[in-house]
Design a protein around this ligand. Sequence first.
Ligand code: DX5
Ligand code: ZN
Length: 224
Amino acid sequence: MVEIAPSILSADFRRLGEQIATVERAGASYIHVDVMDGHFVPNLTVGPFVVEWVRKATKLPIDTHLMIENPENFIGAFARAGANMISVHPETTYHLDRTINQIRQAGCQAGVVLNPATPLAMIEEVVAEVDYVLLMSVNPGFSGQKFIPSSLDKLRRLRDLIRMKFSPARVEIDGGVGPDNAAEVVAAGAEILVAGSAVFGAENPAEALKDLRRAAESGGRVLA
Ligand code: DX5
Ligand code: ZN
């Protein structure tokens, strides 16, 4: 089954609770929260304080994507704020294995994230230890960017790595995903689709989410 994780980065923050309720009713599986520090990525967004409010707005698991240096310093705070899944980029932490364990000990699912230029080799030694791998199909920092086509080949190679290492990890894709390419990314092996502008940027986010799901599921049929 394909799961959709709308990213609140594209939501209207004047009515965040309402927007989250809309996508929850429309069948979203997770709420994706993009945390940026202005160092690792050229943008600043939200921290544990906003995650606390997201927690009050939904029963869905909160998928927290940390684009911050030294994420190990904030894992406890995000877990206490109500995050259920926490992912980190290998470039941001000296001891990736320790950071993954820390996420688990805080009671969250642990994920690792690969930038478009970051080779799969960066996660080879830990892929068996994580719950999910998040593949960036744009350079992180902003929503509304164009999907990088070589991500499809990387997705397929990521699936091979996961199989080779007997890893239980699920595969999530993030950046430029919409109804036009959802079938392709699912056929290439993505199981969770993050969607910012394709959902919250649309006139009708609930309809947009359903369109995206329909498109994604047609990719699943190609696989089967
Ligand atoms: C980008 C973020 C994404 C972003 C996706 O750094 O990680 O989650 O919100 O937005 P779209 O789907 O518009 O590319
Ligand atoms: Zn993200």
